[in-house]
Design a protein around this ligand. Sequence first.
Ligand code: SF4
Length: 432
Amino acid sequence: MSDTNQNGIVGRGNREGARLFRQWFDGLGRAADEDRGGAYVFVMGSLGELLGTFDLPLVFPEINSLQTAVRHQAHDYLNEAEDIGYSPDICGYVKADVATQRRAGALPMGRIPKPSLAVLTNACNTYIKWAEIWERMYGMPAYVIDVPASRQDGQTVVRGAPGFERDRRYVAAQLRELIGVLEDVTKKKFDIDRLRESMQHANTMSRGWKRVIELNRSRPSLFNALSDGTIYLGVANGFRGSEEGARYFDQLVEEMEYKRQNGIGTLVDEKFRLVFVGVPCYPIFRRFTELFSEHGGTFVNSTYLWFASGGTNLGFEYDLKDPIESLAEGVLVSVSDAMDSMFFQTRALASIVDDFAVDGVVYHPIKSCRTTSTGLADTRRALMEMRDIPSLFIESDMMDRRVVSEAQLKNRIDAFFEGLQSRRHQAAAGKV
Ligand code: SF4
């Protein structure tokens, strides 16, 4: 892939994403230095649109923790938390954050402020126990939004479904209560026009994110869902509801449209199109992707693009005439969809296999995230019953390098590609 294209459009999303990430962290560092508190939030239901209107810096502890692994420093943080009694089994993100708090917010990429409050959903039960740790440390409020989820596969939360209006009103009542908490914490009056403006930017971002993912159906694929996709996710979360975020996604759509029109793919000579299920292996992030790309394997989509954007991939757009009611509807639809990506993913994966012309599915359960990993073996079997598609099941972790064996992963991945290659030969010979 050349970067000497018209106006430097190719690769702009990655460059701008890195710049915005630095800008975000500089802002967090300033807030920490000035002793201004932040809003601690999570990727599944951050409510960035609302919190931004109270001028609260957004802190995503999940993103901060994964950055310690990408920068090969997670083990120091994990050891520190385990030394004071946190079990090796629990979510590595929590332990890295506990150590971060004990270091007065110091992280490899800068310093984060203390929490003024935490806002979370029930999308992961760890969120709730994690916020309780901050409550004990800082005595700040933690507000949990209880989002009704899909009751069973095939009965997902959709507009017009039985009970939808009741669920939406339930979320709206909680949002009104949260606004009161935010007014108390910040001593600022809620400004509905600022919320409208922020929701308009969020609409642009959702529309763009959905389109970017759709465009990756192209052959060759335009971006790697695992490596490039994680950069886009950082902006989707950190800049949700902001003008910069909206501009970024408008430009990202422009980049992907340009690449599609000009037949420009990723750096890989694409031989096999893959979909990834789970959380990336951050301790060897770049190498992990290479283990696939060395065989011509590219990730065209993933469940991560789905749940780690809090369901924004749906392209849900708010109705600005009635902001609170519409925000409630967006939270309900998007967060329950993010939960579906973990608990009821099989039908959607089957559609991705068809729509993105996928050659293989890679399942990556990890030790420290039970929420995304439990049941993956069963959902794999269910998908195999629905589609004749090869799959790979590899286990490691998103934080803990003690359970990441690159040699073992490589053996399994190499064998998987041998299987894919042999299947292709057999198909060419008319034997499949
Ligand atoms: S258990 Fe999984 S989903 Fe929950 S906070 Fe940890 S990494 Fe995120």
